[in-house]
Design a protein around this ligand. Structure first.
Ligand code: OAD
Length: 245
């Protein structure tokens, strides 16, 4: 790992336009479980039964009780950790321009990053299914499930459920960022959910270096990524920052 950390530090120092693609793994050290693998959310519940838009519309009480209530509480408690802070620092130093995140936890913004594309939406905002009013998370009272707007409609988080479109402006901006970068950091994603997992492919085809940080290989490893640094996001990203000139 040490050699690759040094190599990544050099590559990052030489890059002018860095973009990061992040997934659930970057927030594991903040206490938020990933979706796949050991201890993953989809190991305990079936995403088609609880995270598909049809499941939510058919039975919002069930989806709120089993998935959304706990996620809202967990995300409200979570704090950014070293990996998020290092990305904040890389933006301050001028090289990191944009983060494309599949996460809905808002931790990149809290670590100081200002251009964060929330590819799968956010838990920070909610919309009423009836009157379409939008409110911040703090305005959602979950003492009664489902939480309801003053008009009587049910609140939904502004996340992308399975079966829903990626907001077109997010997809468009992400493709542009992937095209424009000369280095893409791919941190903590299993890279199996499309179209997010295609962003490193676009980056690579546009001539960028692609560096993965993950405790496990992914479908990008050995094909799209130039190299994979095996390890936890916090440790690896801190080591890279420390090794930068
Ligand atoms: P996954 O849960 O699919 O993958 C998490 C990845 O993080 C795996 O590759 C792990 O090896 C890695 N990982 C685990 N711990 C880590 C650590 N400490 N540091 C770095 N990496 C670590 O999460 P995503 O790839 O984000 O979509 O999943 C993509 C989408 O699938 C999610 O946005 C969500 C889910 O269904 C929606 O909800 C629409």
């Amino acid at each position: 790992m040490d050699n690759l950390v040094t190599r990544a530090a050099k590559d990052l120092a030489a890059a002018n336009h860095v973009v990061a693609l992040t997934g659930a793994g970057i927030s594991v050290e903040s206490g938020i479980p990933p979706f796949r693998g050991k201890g993953g959310v989809w190991e305990k519940i079936d995403p088609m039964e609880y995270a598909h838009i049809d499941a939510f519309m058919n039975d919002p009480v069930k989806v709120w009780n089993v998935l959304l209530k706990d996620m809202k509480l967990l995300l409200e408690e979570a704090e950014p950790h070293a990996a998020h802070m290092v990305l904040g620092e890389l933006e301050k130093r001028g090289s990191l321009k944009t983060i494309i995140t599949q996460n809905v936890d808002g931790l990149h913004q809290r670590a100081g990053n200002t251009d964060v594309i929330e590819f799968h939406g956010t838990f920070a905002q909610y919309k009423c299914l009836a009157c379409e009013q939008q409110v911040d998370s703090a305005g959602i009272d979950i003492r009664e499930i489902p939480p309801r707007c003053a008009c009587g409609g049910i609140w939904r988080p502004e996340v992308v459920f399975f079966g829903e479109m990626i907001p077109p402006q997010h997809l468009w901006r992400s493709k542009l960022a992937a095209t424009e970068c000369d280095l893409m950091l791919v941190i903590g994603t299993s890279a199996v959910v499309q179209p997010a997992a295609f962003m490193p492919v676009i980056a690579k085809e546009s001539g960028a270096k692609v560096i993965e940080v993950n405790p496990e290989p992914t479908p990008l490893t050995g094909s799209i990524s130039n190299y994979l640094i095996l390890g936890k996001a916090g440790e690896v990203m801190q080591a890279i920052l420390d090794a930068m000139p």
